[in-house]
Design a protein around this ligand. Structure first.
Ligand code: A3P
Length: 310
């Protein structure tokens, strides 16, 4: 693995002022550890038709999607007062395959539990995910907030102050396509195109849409995963309970997400996954020039695809 990795293109994230190297493999960039996990996943993981993959580019709503999907799938076993989400990070409730395959081994998934998460781009998913015809849910988010979210996440993970982490350099790197699991646009386009080809197999959720209309989107997610709510559940408030349980306000105030670390992402504190969850936070960081540059770039990259990300 070490020898193979050394043959891949590498990039040092100089704006971070720490030694973080990203490797380019199959047209996406990621860290050594996640890449090792991704390659092990491709080689060893065998998906079952009943598996449900939760896929995302980092900082686009992964934590929220994991919480919502977990709460839906387990709503007959737990309620709002007994849910494991009250005491465990969503990242421990739904394992991240690239990491868990390194910790747990060949098949990190509990066969009785359908959910598993990955950041792998669609073309790099293990072949069995496609051939098993299992379901895939993909969450994506507007580019500008994702840039800011990633900037703060990395900055805080490496304990770098705002002054020591030039945002304009991080922004330029992102625009060059160099970001975690990026190019960002290619990550989204991969799943976007796959959804156009197989809408029954792949559900796309937009972070901003889930925020504006959580009820419709949570019901859509539940139906797609094969766990629809009954009329009785809907009238007794189960959907509302799930939305409240998984809300940013609730999760970010739980001890486990304020002070804990998850087993599968132990390098960083859980609180780093919950920053502000505010749409439009990018406005505080972008100059007019940056806004113009990213809008133009995204227009070019998404032109003719039907995907709108603004
Ligand atoms: P911000 O950095 O903009 O606050 P990911 O889970 O893919 O790492 O994405 C992290 C982003 O999702 C962060 O965005 C974080 O605050 C936000 N987030 C985390 N939990 C959330 C929740 N329950 N509801 C909405 N947004 C959430």
């Amino acid at each position: 693995m070490e020898e193979m990795l050394e043959t891949f293109p590498q990039h040092n994230c100089t704006w971070l002022k720490v030694n973080l190297t990203l490797y380019k493999y199959q047209n996406f960039w990621t860290t050594k550890q996640f890449l090792e996990g991704g390659i092990l996943t491709q080689k060893n993981f065998k998906a079952e038709p009943t598996d449900i993959f939760l896929c995302s580019c980092p900082k686009t709503g992964t934590t929220w999607l994991k919480a919502l999907a977990f709460a839906i799938v387990t709503c007959h076993n737990f309620n709002k007062s007994t849910s494991p989400l009250l005491t465990s990070s969503p990242h421990d409730c739904v394992p991240f395959i690239e990491k868990s395959i390194q910790i747990v081994g060949k098949n990190p998934k509990d066969s009785n539990f359908p959910l598993i998460a990955t950041h792998l781009p669609y073309p790099s998913l293990p072949e069995s995910v496609i051939s098993s015809n299992c379901k895939i849910v993909y969450i994506y988010r507007n580019t500008k907030d994702a840039i800011v979210s990633q900037y703060h996440f990395l900055r805080k993970a490496f304990m770098i102050s705002l002054e020591d982490a030039p945002f304009d350099m991080a922004f330029d790197e992102f625009c060059q396509g160099i970001s975690a699991y990026g190019p960002y646009w290619d990550h989204i386009l991969g799943y976007w195109k796959a959804n156009l080809e197989s809408p029954d197999r792949i559900l796309l959720l937009k972070y901003e849409d889930v925020k504006t209309d959580p009820i419709t989107n949570v019901k859509k997610l539940a139906e797609f995963m094969g766990y629809p709510f009954s009329i009785k559940e809907e009238t007794s408030g189960v959907v509302d309970d799930i939305i409240k349980l998984c809300s940013f306000k609730n999760l970010s105030n739980l001890d486990v997400n304020k002070t804990g670390r998850s087993k599968f992402c132990s390098e960083v504190e859980n609180r780093l996954f919950m920053r502000k969850a505010k749409d439009g936070d990018w406005e505080k960081y972008f100059t007019d020039e940056m806004k113009e540059k990213i809008d133009k770039l995204m227009d070019e990259k998404l032109s003719g695809t039907g995907l709108v990300l603004k």
